[in-house]
Design a protein around this ligand. Sequence first.
Ligand code: AMP
Length: 112
Amino acid sequence: MDDCIFCKIANGEIPSDFVYQDDEVAVFKDVNPQAPVHLLVIPKKHVKSAAEVSDPAVFSALVGRAVEVARKLGLDKDGYRMVINTGEQGGQTVPHLHLHLLAGRNLGWPPG
Ligand code: AMP
């Protein structure tokens, strides 16, 4: 997608602070972190939101990589949260599927 900010990050057009990437998935630091660790895990292939995904392997790739990255960073010791905001009422502001990986403080529940 030409005007998608996360596609531009994935293809290197916009610089970002990458933590991990492979052919399918990129993981980079959120520009406006809501916790001491706040990473975004995205599929490199554009899909607007979780609601638009037809192949469940997309979720497997996102969650699988998020768990691997969390393990590598030692976040599994104290715990972390994975969130996929979906659509307007779900709080999604960037229309390219992304999983938030948050850690480093006690995270409140329920969310706002
Ligand atoms: P959401 O509100 O769930 O759609 O999350 C979008 C997230 O993308 C927010 O947490 C933003 O801070 C983050 N974000 C927006 N632009 C960038 C960027 N250029 N680099 C890194 N994170 C970004």
